[in-house]
Design a binder for this molecule. Sequence first.
Ligand SMILES: [Zn+2]
Length: 503
Amino acid sequence: MLKNLTALSAAAVARPAPAYSTNTYEGPFRYTIGIVGNPTIPDVQWSDEQLSLIKAAGFNTLQLSIAWASKPAGEVLNLEDLDNPKNVKEWHRRVDQARKFGFRTLAQFGLPKGPQRDATTCILDPSVRQDCATRLRHFFEDFPEVDDVMIYTYDQLAWLCSQFGDCPRCHGIPLSKRLPGFLELMVDAVQEGNRGVRLWWEPWELSAGQTYAIVETIRPDHFGLIVHNTIAEVYFVNTTDHWVRNLARLARRRGIPMIGEAFLSGSGEDIAPLTHLACPRLVYEEADALRKTEGIVGIKEYYGLLPQRHCPNLELFTAYLTALDTPFQDLIRPVAAFYGPASTEHILEAWELTAQAMELFPWDGSWTLRGIFGRSEGQKWRAVPLASWITPSWQANRRAFFMVTDERQPYPHVPEDYGMTPPWRNECEERLFEHPWLLEDAGLRALAAGQRFDQAASLLNSAIHEASTGKQNLYAQKKDVIQAATASKYFGQQLLDSIHWSQ
Ligand SMILES: [Zn+2]
């Protein structure tokens, strides 16, 4: 039901369908976008050495900050962060450094930035629209050399009113009707700031239906999409889902370019805080799946790069970029040869077992399993009070991606491990457990993953003795694999041990 429509919101709804764009794009990887540092190790300098390594790895564009919601190392996240002269000075230095090495630059912002309370802002509020447009225009007065801008309209401290909420402007107006006008206003602001610059939009947290509807109606000129490699998140596994393929195809028909995000190094949000997990086959499959997605024009690292660390995953990506149609087995052998011929076979097998372990691990159990390898055997498992959020995607499509998306605690905990008292147990029983078959499924898969990680660690140990160079790097890989093995086995056994509780 539409009510309380202001003239502005009415204008936002009653828009003629724009004509198809005449934009044409050559694929598949016109853009290869890197990030200096990552949220685990953010304090990586934009030095000549770091940038030359990223350039050599095959990236042609740099994101100007890590732009992570937790703001690691105080990196710029919103346009408001550029009110600070210190950040402006550092960004100028970064732009100069990037240009020196021939990189394009991409500025990423959560927009519009919301208040501390709930980060929610009204994009039908004229003052908000004007402030966002003015800030974008001013941004290009300060940074005329920046090549591209990317915005999130959910997350990154920028959330939007719900049509079911009490905002008098937005109540009853679907996001698919409100967002195109706002995004076009931002495109126009960018054009006024610096003609020809493209505004890339990350439709994060929107449902499949909403993103399809927006891509079908928005004015396509100077507009593009940057998306995770699934509607749920970026993962090393589960590459490019139905949503990504559909969206890319629809966008292409409208002349809207799309860039896919992936984990291309030994780090990732799912495996954080590990930084040396070597599973190059998965990187190959991530990149190849995006390349073969109709409409994709680029690939973007999602978490960040630590260029000074020798990284088999990144080495593989670089090799792939230079020989897109070469089979994986032909690409990976020279990467393994770095450590000397005597260790090659053990290293190749270790990397394959690590990839298999990652595939067996039950990432689809819950979003909250991101970062699980950072939890050691001796730690108490953190209760998971939230397995979803009130966003369109969480309340729709992600229910088909994760087994647990409700607000129940997904995994019951063994009280002996926690020193929990009987009242806690009663409370937990009242809160319902997941079905034991779900617990068993996730537990069995986690244990299977742990076994593969163990085998990979053993092979890496042999390779360390055989290698003629890069032993320290192999040690670091082994350390990460052991940590993943320990976490997987403990988690899996805990789930299986908890089943009798649920019966
Ligand atoms: Zn509103």
